[in-house]
Design a protein around this ligand. Structure first.
Ligand SMILES: Nc1ncnc2c1ncn2[C@@H]1O[C@H](COP(=O)(O)OP(=O)(O)OP(=O)(O)O)[C@@H](O)[C@H]1O
Length: 222
């Protein structure tokens, strides 16, 4: 379980970015964090991952094995001399033990035929899947993703969300996902966490969808 109580956070140049954040993820839940650009979604993820410290408040985390899939990036040099399999093998080497078989994870993400391809020569969607595969190698009990479908075509996007839904439902993997894809968030998540003007609140996906249809996004009060 992850429980955040009365968390406050400011950057030097952005005061009161997050104000009195209260957030609970129970084991097996899938929570999508939504909100407009700059509302603090990725910052909340960084706090959960302990990459930064809150200004005030507490984060209690009983998950033993978190894995993180960062936002997609496009700057890989196409000649960077490392293949998909080598990316996964180097991660496995660093983690030492408890890892899944690389071929199994490649199959799970339909990446088997790309295992000898240089990472920089993959499409954006394929590259994103490699980073998801890398995260899954360590058998996480909490998977944290930052906008997994950003800039990804419909087919790869659907595959990624089907996989996440399956991991959550079949393997009971807990998931936190920063999301701009509201359709996927509403379809897959147990709960949505909406951050607006520094404050956050949980809401049920169906309720959010109803409110979204009735109002502009900015006016949603669920
Ligand atoms: N390392 C940093 N130092 C200072 N300010 C930062 C830093 N990282 C983010 N910010 C600022 O904090 C605010 C929130 O950024 P954050 O990345 O958390 O937003 P977000 O909700 O994830 O946005 P987006 O939807 O655009 O990805 C922004 O105004 C951003 O400029």
């Amino acid at each position: 379980m992850l429980k955040i109580d009365h968390l406050y956070f400011s950057y030097n140049n952005v005061k009161n970015l997050l104000t009195d954040i209260n957030f609970t993820l129970n084991d097996g839940e899938y929570i999508s964090i939504i909100g407009s650009n700059g509302s603090g979604k990725s910052t909340l993820i960084r706090l959960i991952l302990k990459l930064i410290e809150p200004t005030d408040g507490t984060i209690n985390n009983t998950f033993k094995n978190m894995a993180y899939v960062p936002q997609r990036f496009n700057q890989l040099n196409i000649h960077f001399p490392i293949t998909v399999r080598e990316v996964l093998a180097s991660y496995k080497k660093v983690r030492h033990n408890g890892c899944q078989d690389i071929s199994e994870v490649l199959n799970l993400l339909n990446l088997k035929e790309k295992e000898q391809t240089l990472i920089g020569q993959l499409s954006g969607g394929q590259c994103q899947k490699v980073f998801i595969a890398r995260a899954l190698l360590g058998n996480p009990d909490l998977l944290v993703l930052d906008e997994p479908s950003n800039g990804i075509d419909v087919k790869s996007r659907d595959e990624i969300y089907e996989l996440l839904a399956n991991l959550n439902k079949s393997k009971k993997m807990s998931i936190i996902c920063v999301e701009h894809n509201l359709q996927a968030a509403v379809k897959n998540s147990t709960l949505l966490y909406h951050i607006k003007k520094g404050h956050g609140h949980m809401c049920l996906p169906e309720r959010y969808a109803q409110e979204y249809i009735k109002n502009d996004l900015g006016d949603i009060k669920c």
